[in-house]
Write a protein that binds this ligand. Structure first.
Ligand SMILES: Nc1ncnc2c1ncn2[C@@H]1O[C@H](COP(=O)(O)OP(=O)(O)OP(=O)(O)O)[C@@H](O)[C@H]1O
Length: 361
C-alpha cells in the first residue's frame, strides 16, 4: 500500500484501492470531501470503481466546500457536482457564509470547512467523512512533529481513521499513498483537476515545508516519504496499545472526588506506573475534572504535563505534599500519595496572576 512496488506515476490498481478502502466497508453512509483538486478527484474516481467491486457497499455522497475566497471557487464546485453526477453520486456545495477574518484566513477556512462537512454529514445521516490526505501530507506532518520533538501520539501524525464525534468518523484512505499516484489516477481517467494557488503560498506552514530546502535536508538524512509514513503507522500502533492500557489504568485509579465540586482523585498507585502511563492517566484525570469527559478533550502541552508529573513524583518520593495549577485545574498531592484535581477557584477580577509553577512542600 506504500506504492514501493509501483512506478511513481502509475495509476492506482484495483487491489490497492480495495486495500485503501478496507477500513470503510463497515460504514453505512460515507461523505467524500472533494475540492476538485487532484487528490480528492482521485478519491471520487476510485471510490466509484470500488463501489462496483465491493460486496458490502456503503451509501456514498459527495460535498464540496465553497469558501468564497477565489473567483473560480463556485465554478470548481459545479465541476465536482457534474463529475459526481456522472458517477451517480449525490453532491452538495457547502458555502462558507461567516465573517472572513483579516488574519489567519487559512486556519479559519479550514475550521469552517470541517464544521460545514460535519453539519452536512449529520443532515444526510452520513457516519464517516473521507478526505484525500495522502502519503506526502503524512510525511510532511511527521517531519513537522519530529522537528517539534513530539511524543509517540504526535509522531503517529494523521490517523487513517478517527472518531471525531460519537457517531461520526474521519477517514483518510490514501494516507500511505504517494500524491503522484493520485495525480496519475486522475490523468488516466481523463479528468482535469483544479489548481489551488494557496497550496504554493510560502506564508503557510505546510506549504513552506514543501519547500525544496526542507525536502533536501530530509532526503540527506534518509527521511524518505515511505520511511516517514512507516514511522507514523508504527507510532500509531504503539500509541493505540498505550491508550488502551492507559484507559484501563485510568478506570482503576481515577475516582470522583466526593467532597469537591466535580473534581477527581487519583489513587497513589499512579506513582507505580511507568512514566508514559502516568502521564496519560494524569492527562485523562485533568480532562475528566475539567468537564466530566471520558477522553482527554483539553489539549495539554506534553512538556507541561511532564513537568507536573516529575514534580509530583519528586514530592511523593519525599513523602511531602504539593499544589500546582495546570489548564485551569488545581492539582494537589496529599501526604498519602493521592492526587486530587479540582477546578481552580475563580480569580478576583483584575488580578489575573500568571499560572503558578508546581511548588512542593
Ligand atoms: N474545498 C473543499 N471542499 C471539500 N473538501 C475539501 C476542500 N478542501 C480540502 N478538502 C478535503 O481535505 C483534504 C485535505 O485538503 P488540504 O490538504 O488542502 O487541507 P489543509 O488545508 O492542508 O488542512 P488539513 O490537512 O488539516 O485538512 C482534501 O484532500 C479534501 O479531501
Amino acid at each position: 500500500m506504500n506504492g514501493s512496488s509501483h512506478a511513481k506515476d502509475e495509476p492506482l490498481a484495483p487491489d490497492e484501492v480495495d486495500a485503501a478502502f478496507l477500513k470503510l466497508v463497515d460504514s453505512r453512509h460515507l461523505l467524500l470531501a472533494v475540492s476538485g483538486g487532484p487528490d480528492s478527484l482521485a478519491l471520487l474516481i476510485t471510490i466509484a470503481g470500488w463501489l462496483d467491486r465491493a460486496g458490502r457497499k456503503p451509501r456514498v455522497s459527495v460535498a464540496t466546500v465553497d469558501h468564497g475566497l477565489r473567483a473560480e471557487s463556485a465554478a470548481e464546485a459545479e465541476a465536482v457536482a457534474r463529475i459526481s453526477a456522472g458517477f451517480g453520486l449525490a453532491h452538495a456545495t457547502l458555502r462558507w457564509h461567516g465573517e472572513k477574518p483579516a488574519h489567519g484566513i487559512q486556519e479559519a477556512a479550514r475550521a469552517a470547512r470541517y464544521r460545514l462537512l460535519a453539519d452536512h454529514a449529520a443532515a444526510i445521516g452520513a457516519d464517516c467523512i473521507a478526505t484525500a490526505h495522502h502519503g506526502d501530507d503524512q510525511a510532511e506532518t511527521v517531519l513537522m512533529r519530529l522537528a517539534a520533538g513530539s511524543g509517540i501520539a504526535g509522531l503517529a501524525a494523521m490517523r487513517p481513521r478517527v472518531a471525531v464525534a460519537p457517531s461520526l468518523c474521519l477517514a483518510r484512505p490514501f494516507i500511505a499513498i504517494p500524491k503522484a499516484r493520485l495525480a496519475a489516477t486522475v490523468t488516466a481517467a481523463g479528468l482535469v483537476p483544479t489548481d489551488d494557488p494557496s497550496n504554493r503560498d510560502p506564508t503557510y506552514a505546510r506549504a513552506r515545508l514543501r519547500g525544496s530546502a526542507a525536502r533536501a535536508a530530509a532526503a540527506t538524512l534518509g527521511l524518505t516519504r515511505e520511511r516517514l509514513v512507516r514511522l507514523a503507522a508504527r507510532a500509531a500502533r504503539a500509541d493505540e496499545a498505550l491508550a488502551s492500557v492507559a484507559q484501563a489504568e485510568a478506570a482503576r485509579l481515577i475516582h470522583p472526588f466526593a467532597e469537591g465540586n466535580g473534581g477527581v482523585e487519583i489513587l497513589a498507585e499512579i506513582f507505580r506506573l511507568p512514566e508514559e502511563l502516568m502521564l496519560r492517566v494524569l492527562e485523562r484525570a485533568i480532562a475528566e475534572a475539567a468537564g466530566g469527559a471520558t477522553s482527554p478533550t483539553v489539549p495539554l502541552r506534553l512538556e507541561r504535563l511532564e513537568a507536573l508529573a516529575s514534580s509530583l513524583r519528586r514530592a511523593q518520593a519525599a513523602g511531602g505534599t504539593m499544589r500546582a495549577t495546570l489548564a485551569g485545574m488545581l492539582v494537589a498531592l496529599d501526604a498519602g500519595g493521592r492526587v486530587r484535581i479540582t477546578p481552580e477557584p475563580p480569580r478576583r477580577r483584575g488580578r489575573r496572576a500568571p499560572e503558578k509553577p508546581p511548588t512542593s512542600g
